[in-house]
Design a protein around this ligand. Structure first.
Ligand code: HEM
Length: 541
């Protein structure tokens, strides 16, 4: 055990192989660092980066584990899935701690109350995600909506997205498309049932999400028949595989970042070109068909803005194509992953299956028509099951933001351009907020009619403990659509089929992270058995 004294001239102290406890002593600029050195003193690294003028210094950054030379804390994130590694660290360093990945500071948020404080008081300041990893790429490049900084481009696209595609009224207009795609998935499952073949749930539900999103954004030009939907699905899955490498690359700086990006540049170009070719063909098709009527769907609204020289915000062709790539990337796999987890939980829990089926049979009827999305508001238990699946198995376990200006958070100072990682997984399994946090209990989301007004008010004031879709202005704009996909897909599979587990009676719930999504390490195969002799009929809305 030894003692050293330092002041603000040494703002960064990293102990590579020891344990440091920093305490303020005397005046505000003097700290005493107590360290327990497991090896030699030479392992102490002093990083003397000069703080930028807007910073008050690094001394009051949130706490941090000991780090290694050069790579900082990178090694701590490599051993387990990132969300679990961060969850473990938070149990030791608290709900707000910081890491250094190479020389990039990153603040980790692991509690609902800290998340609430940040989104309540600093939302605009943390409403960017950092610079895009590759500038000229159509996928994850500078024209992307997802990586665009909080500013005019993002605001314009968000407004169009909500009014023309993802807001409640836009979703109402595209109901028939989704009912049609749901019926197709149902028909495919019936066929499998007849042949007694097994299915992987995710592969079936991806057809629903991909085809629906394609048709919602591109209209009729995206159909099964001309192969556009299939092409979009295959490029979207290539883009997902690239996702993790891009995230890793974008965490690095300068030389390392260039190296990683150089290695994946070819893959990025291939994916980018495929998206470009697909969307350019569809744009041209739309342009030649335009008949001057008022624009109603997303494609028409974007083309109108592109062609209007006097538009308040001028968009390019590339902006339109990258938005489509973003939507397929963000919306296709996430809901399908969640549907797979949902069916695994339901088949594993016969009581849940029984209650769910009773609710659906009672409202929708048995053996006549197929569930429709207009049924969902009247199926509270189905909604509770979907919410519980997203709590326990959120497809995005950690989401990232970046601070534009430095700001104070209680006793800590968060410098400008600090990356944030909000650990959704840890927050939604916090034992202080959730009873039996690791158990699948949909009942927790059922409204208790005996609750007092005070209890309801207390719940409203509760900090952000349920955040599968993020929060604030950059929160997921597709959450309504995701609830519809999940409710109808799970509802249809429960209503229409009994399920046998292929190769035994056990479903492994082991997790892994593939691309950017939390996925099942051993995706189960289920054999559907039709519940009714005659196929259920889809209801026309
Ligand atoms: C279960 C399904 C889904 C989950 C769990 C999910 C989750 C998320 C999360 C956590 C974020 C980051 C939020 C934040 O930074 O606060 C996000 C962003 C986004 N999601 Fe989703 N999402 C899902 C489905 C969808 C769907 C269906 C679409 C659209 C088709 C979509 C489109 C987007 C877009 C465009 C963004 C970026 C928003 C922005 O940067 O402003 N998502 N999603």
């Amino acid at each position: 055990m030894g003692n050293i004294k330092l002041d603000n001239h040494f703002p960064y102290l990293y102990l590579s192989c020891g344990r440091a406890v920093r305490e303020k002593v005397g005046n505000a600029n003097t700290f005493q660092v107590r360290f327990t050195c497991y090896e030699k003193l030479s392992h102490i690294i002093l990083n003397t980066h000069k703080p930028s003028s807007s910073r008050s210094g690094f001394d009051d950054l949130p706490p941090s584990p000991p780090s290694l030379p050069i790579i900082g804390h990178l090694h701590l994130l490599l051993s387990a899935p990132t969300h679990k590694a961060l969850q473990k660290l938070s149990s030791k360093y608290g709900p707000l701690f910081h890491l250094r990945i190479f020389n990039i500071p990153m603040v980790i948020v692991s509690s609902a109350s800290v998340a609430y404080e940040i989104f309540r008081a600093h939302d605009a300041n943390i409403s960017s995600r950092g610079p895009p990893p590759i500038d000229d790429s159509l996928f994850a490049g500078s024209t992307s909506f997802i990586s665009s900084p909080y500013g005019d481009h993002w605001k314009f696209m968000k407004k169009v997205l909500v009014t023309k595609l993802l807001g409640p009224q836009a979703l109402e207009r595209s109901r028939d498309v989704r009912a049609d795609e749901l019926e197709r998935v149902y028909a495919r499952l019936l066929d499998k049932a007849r042949k007694e073949e097994s299915v992987e749930i995710i592969k079936e539900v991806v057809n629903l999400t991909n085809n629906s999103i394609c048709r919602m954004i591109m209209g009729k030009s995206c159909s099964e028949e001309n192969g556009e939907a299939e092409r979009a699905r295959s490029v979207a899955s290539e883009s997902l595989a690239l996702g993790k490498k891009i995230v890793l690359g974008s965490l690095l700086r300068a030389r390392f970042k260039h190296l990683v990006m150089l290695l994946i540049k070819k893959e990025m170009t291939v994916v980018s070109n495929k998206f470009d070719e697909l969307f350019e063909r569809i744009l041209v098709e739309h342009e030649t068909k335009q008949d001057g009527h008022q624009e109603t769907d997303l494609m028409e609204a974007l083309l109108a803005a592109y062609g209007d020289d006097k538009a308040g915000y001028k968009i390019t062709r590339k902006h339109i194509k990258t938005l489509f790539a973003d939507l397929l990337f963000a919306g296709t796999d996430s809901s399908a992953q969640a549907a797979q987890w949902a069916m695994a939980e339901i088949i594993k829990n016969p009581n849940v299956l029984k209650r769910l089926r009773e609710e659906i049979d009672c409202l929708v009827g048995q053996g006549t028509r197929l569930i429709h999305e207009t049924d969902l508001p009247n199926l509270p238990y189905l909604q509770a099951v979907v919410k519980e699946v997203l709590r326990l198995h959120p497809p995005g376990t950690v989401f990232g933001r970046i601070s534009q200006k430095g700001f104070r958070m209680g006793e800590y100072y968060i410098p400008e351009e600090t990356s944030f990682a909000i650990n959704v997984y840890a927050i939604m399994r916090d034992p202080d907020l959730w009873e039996d946090p690791d158990e699948f209990k949909p009942e927790r989301f059922l409204q208790d009619s005996s609750r007092t007004a005070e209890e309801e008010e207390a719940e409203r004031r509760e900090p952000l403990k349920y955040i599968p879709f993020g929060s604030g202005r950059r929160g997921c704009p597709g959450s309504n659509l995701a609830y519809v996909f999940l409710g109808t897909a799970v509802g249809m599979m429960v209503q229409g089929f009994d399920w046998r587990i292929e190769g035994g009676d056990k479903v492994s719930m082991e997790e892994t992270v593939l691309g950017l999504s939390l996925t099942m390490a051993h995706p189960p195969k289920f054999i559907p058995v039709a519940r009714t002799a005659r196929p259920l009929i889809s209801k026309c809305s």
